[in-house]
Design a protein around this ligand. Sequence first.
Ligand code: LLP
Length: 441
Amino acid sequence: MHLYGTQNVTENGHLTIGQVDAIELTKTYGTPLFVYDTALFRERAQGFINTFKNAGVQAQVAYASKAFSSVAIYQLAAEEGLSVDVVSGGELYTALKAGFPSERIHFHGNNKSYDELILAFDSKIGCIVIDNFDEIVALKQLSEARQQKMHVLIRVTPGVEAHTHDFITTGQADSKFGFDLNNGQADRAFTLLQNHAYLDLQGMHCHIGSQIFDTAAFSLAAKKISDKMGEWYKESGFISQVLNLGGGFGIRYTEEDTPLQPAVYVDDMIKAVQQEMAAFSMPMPEIWIEPGRSLVGDAGTTLYTVGSQKEVPNTRNYLAVDGGMSDNIRPALYDAKYEAVIANKMNDQLVSTYTIAGKLCESGDKLIEDIKLPKAESGDILAVFCTGAYGYSMASNYNRIPRPAVVFAEKGAHQLVVKRESYEDLVKLDLPLTIGKEVNR
Ligand code: LLP
């Protein structure tokens, strides 16, 4: 059994997270419950930050908060000296509510609304990552009308697309994001932005994929963008201050996954950029990265209460829990794989094979297929590991299931950071029927 971060097992066979008994947590907060091992988050953050420091390279490590966005996680990110990337007005608002230093907020998105851009300007965020030509027009208008400066990056698609162990290079990247590096779009964006009175072009950004285990794709993307930086330098003397290489660092969900230490990815990126910069006799830019999953993924565990069981003779045994695709859509959406344990039977033999079913009205609502566990009974607590990224953030109220609570645990202490939704919360935006009634006229 693989345990993550501070996870451990008590003498009576209970799982602990952050030196807190997981079963006690379920008694206090109920289930389903997301529990974050904040010490592991801190360790991962410092792993990235220190690698840059050790290499003597100026950097920003921006937490990609789409992986899990809440007031407390932004505060934790601030404590650890991270920057953050936000992709919507909602994420930006949450970061601001958390008191996150606005100059370390980077704003992404392929269709930022006017109101979102206003919020970004009003709160004087650190940088807007420009995605398309319409955004250039909007930002020029806005910054000129307000006579307000804004740092910007151009998001490019370098023609390198990576997933897990494979990557492909494509001449013309078919992506809804960014300016193509190879067909002249990125050059046009550069020309439109160069020497603008208010939009201060800092450099380029790319994000080549997610759950990547190999450093080669990152290095290739870094090389391609560095080459473009060199070209712009030669042609117009423009010196890029920033090269943002996005997120996508892979993590271990199951034994099939073999992630590298953050230092390995980062060192290879740095080397690739240093080589190109030397070739063009250009100063080294700041390198920014945007890890999401690799900061919060394995720090998160979901605790469920086991309910009913169903045997399909000669086929499978279903073990149902009190959550499912409403708190973790990833198995249904991406066929994502997870490992789990019975948190109150950690020392018991793995004698049974189950398919873990959720409680939602959908046959595809299965969290894990064919997992070996101790013999399970109603009331046991199932802990699914590695649910910290894109679990809560992609949660829904399908079937009007209230979204779970979220708790942080560290050094024997625990704290509620997102309350469990109540039935009252579920109807708070609903309004009673009035159409067709006299009162409506
Ligand atoms: N930066 C940009 C511009 C991104 O688009 C993303 C993720 C990241 C950073 C962070 O990537 P990470 O380090 O977390 O891999 N819902 C999917 C993942 C979608 C990722 C979208 N972009 C999942 O559950 O696997």
